[in-house]
Design a protein around this ligand. Sequence first.
Ligand SMILES: [Zn+2]
Ligand SMILES: [Zn+2]
Length: 330
Amino acid sequence: MSSSSFCLLLWGVAYQSTRASSISVAFIPEASPMKDFRFVVFPLISAVAAVVCTQNVLIPFYLRAFPSFVESVKGAEAVQRLANYTTTNFHYDPWTNHTINICFLSAFAGYWSMSIISTILDILPLRQYKTQGSRSYFTVAEWLEAVLLSNVNLLFFSWFVTLPLVYVWYHVQEYRESKMIQSHTQVTFDVWKAIVDTGIHVVVVDVWFYATHRLLHHPLLYKYVHKLHHRFKAPTAVACMYANPIEFTIGNHLGVALGPVVSNCHPYTAYFWFFLSLFNTAGCHSGYYIFDAEAHDIHHEKFRFNYGVGGIMDYLFGTYYVPQISKKNK
Ligand SMILES: [Zn+2]
Ligand SMILES: [Zn+2]
């Protein structure tokens, strides 16, 4: 666990170094000696949450629940037919490929843990900590709509990208002359490789998301695809996957899932990455300074800035904008 914590610290610094000084965290006053470190607060919270949840909760839960789940659906012909289909056509056998299953569970847990935290905070009188103040609240109907579409995207449409990607991964592994990893017990975990791999994932998702997101702002694509995600000018966490399924699968899900395929990382790193990505995405949509929501809130409101997720591409292409920095730089 100590090596994991070290990895997290490094990751947090690396991830946010591209936008150091840009994030204002409401509960750390300007004069505080913590001021210079506030830009790593949320990535560190997310990273710790990702390690604690995936290693100590998700994996034990999966290992305990999976055999009883298999037992309960044994003989369910429709499920077995579906499993046969994915195994034959995509080399994904849900009964044996535990790595893919836990990745999926990690993404789901990442979304829901931040969504629950953020929804509880929304019930409390904390609007001064929201970047858009009292505008960033949903009605119950809006909350339900956001939850419904986000979960349909994650639970159903995500497989339209996951399965072809597993197919590609299978053949990449064949080319590398190594077997597809089915369980985290098959390979040894190296913390240094995990740090490098996570760095690769951050770059891959930022490049991919930035490019597809800028394309989605082309008037035609915006009108038919991306407008739905911009329905909420002041979103909350549950709406992070409130998007047209085309946008969700190609722009969001593929960007996150491509990294582990490129890096061929250890399953632990992949679980960590999926949890972290969804926890972070939900945080960026929560509207709270502390959850690093300011940059993405500005995107939802003003459209022309902050297209990326890691800040690297926005910095390179001059589209990064957060009011505090602009004032400071003048
Ligand atoms: Zn958004
Ligand atoms: Zn947009």
